[in-house]
Design a protein around this ligand. Structure first.
Ligand SMILES: *Cc1c(COP(=O)(O)O)cnc(C)c1O
Length: 428
């Protein structure tokens, strides 16, 4: 595979962009080699600037559940572009989107649009503190909620990938307002509430963790968080930036039948354009300015192009509910291929092949993986035109554009790796 052009551009990028990339995990640091520079995407395929094609399981890290360049989304953006790119004034589609979100996720009685998942979680946290008059936040190790100062404590995603435990640049006071607990531990959550109950403003959780690789909740975990927060007057925030419209149209809250007080959305909600949202109980959301004292604003919030794309994507998903069954089937096919020495975690169309023989239920178990072997697996697939997230600690995604043939080819390439690595069969 010729990657000369990508390598040359990556070298050129280093001198003007930190690490040559605009978001850390893109740099391939955990797996080695130069990242591919992408020229375009179509359906399930990415094409790099050297002309190589890849079956894409990154999907822009989650947004592209319909695949690249989906006609419904592209046409909506093209049509919106004709009318102008930004007004800084209300538009009809923003109202339609808020109504559609409330219809799809009944817990989101009111919502606010922002531009990134980071902004959504940052705003939800401020709101939870403003509403409760308390300062502490409970989060879980290995969960990532964007690069919000107080949430970069034992965070997943790039922090896990690069082995950065706690980032530089966060004031000690901010970090001290966060209590980080092991994911899936009801006992730890109970203990935290016993000790600090009256001071905890909120619990924020990825209901299915995706940023330490895919780690589903154990039965009873989310239920316990719901019960504890309600009992102690704290808010439960589901960070569904990844899981929203992914684990089913209504996200994790629909899948597990739990109603959080606040929800953050991103990724799929923008159909591939920068858009995110936070929302939930009307009595809480009414504390947001201009109605209430919790300030939050944005020059490009509710951007017309992004809203048009998001609305088109969500309407398409709403009108084609069969997509979720197909995603589930294809993802299950894909996840059937690794041998027992590899632990496969999957929730709907989110999946991770963990290079460990043991179950992965939290950050402690995820970090035991053989990341060097994962890196070899990653490059084996990349060479054969299959593009996985370049980190053991990220989830892969199957999209509606992946065909049976895409999955078959991927499984074949993966099997080749596992069979080459397996001990030779003993002579009969
Ligand atoms: C991606 C992600 C974020 C951050 O969203 P950005 O748009 O990258 O700021 C927050 N929470 C979760 C669960 C995510 O997966």
């Amino acid at each position: 595979m010729n990657t000369a052009r990508s390598e040359a551009w990556f070298a050129r990028a280093q001198s003007r962009i930190p690490g040559g990339v605009n978001s850390p995990v893109r740099a391939f640091k955990a797996v080695g080699g130069a990242p591919r520079f992408i020229a375009r995407g179509q359906g399930s395929r990415l094409f790099d600037i050297d002309g190589n094609a890849y079956i894409d399981y990154v999907g822009s890290w989650g947004p592209l559940i319909l695949g690249h360049g989906h006609a419904a989304v592209s046409e909506a953006v093209r049509a919106a572009l004709e009318d102008g790119t930004s007004f800084g004034a209300p538009t009809e589609r923003e109202v339609e989107l808020a109504e559609l979100i409330a219809q799809i996720m009944p817990s989101m009685e009111m919502s606010r649009l922002v531009n990134s998942g980071t902004e959504a979680t940052m705003s939800a946290l401020r709101l939870a503190r403003g509403f409760t008059g308390r300062e502490l936040t409970v989060k879980f190790e290995g969960c990532y909620h964007g690069h919000v100062d107080s949430l970069l404590v034992k965070a997943g995603s790039g922090m896990a990938t690069l082995g950065i435990a706690d980032t530089a640049g966060v004031p000690a006071g901010f970090a001290a307002s966060t209590i980080a607990l092991p994911f899936n531990s009801v006992a730890a959550a109970e203990q935290a509430f016993q000790r600090h109950g009256g001071k905890i403003a909120c619990v924020i959780v990825e209901p299915v963790a995706g940023n330490m690789g895919c780690v589903p909740p154990l039965p009873g975990f989310l239920e316990a968080l719901r019960e504890l927060t309600a009992r102690h007057g704290a808010l439960l925030i589901f960070d569904e930036v990844m899981t929203g419209f992914r684990l089913g149209l209504g996200g994790a809250q629909q899948r597990f039948g739990i109603r959080p007080d606040l929800t953050t959305l991103g990724k799929i909600i923008g159909g591939g354009l920068p858009l995110a949202a936070y929302g939930g109980r009307a009595d809480v959301m009414k504390r947001v300015a201009p109605l209430g004292p919790v300030y939050q604003a944005g020059t490009l919030s509710g951007n017309p192009l992004a809203v048009a794309a998001g609305l088109a994507a969500l309407r398409y998903l709403r009108d084609h509910p069969e997509i979720y069954g197909e995603l589930e089937r294809r993802a299950a096919q894909l996840c059937a291929c690794p041998p027992p020495q590899v632990t496969v975690n999957r929730a709907g169309s989110m999946f991770t092949f963990f290079f460990t023989g043991r179950p992965v239920t939290d950050w402690e178990s995820a970090r035991q993986c053989d990341t060097e072997r994962f890196a070899r697996f990653f490059h084996h697939l990349l060479e054969r035109g299959v593009y996985l997230p370049p980190s053991q600690f990220e989830a892969g995604f199957v999209s509606a554009a992946h065909s049976e043939e895409d999955i078959r080819r991927t499984v074949e390439a993966a099997r080749e790796f596992f069979e080459a690595a397996a001990p030779p069969p003993s002579n009969p």
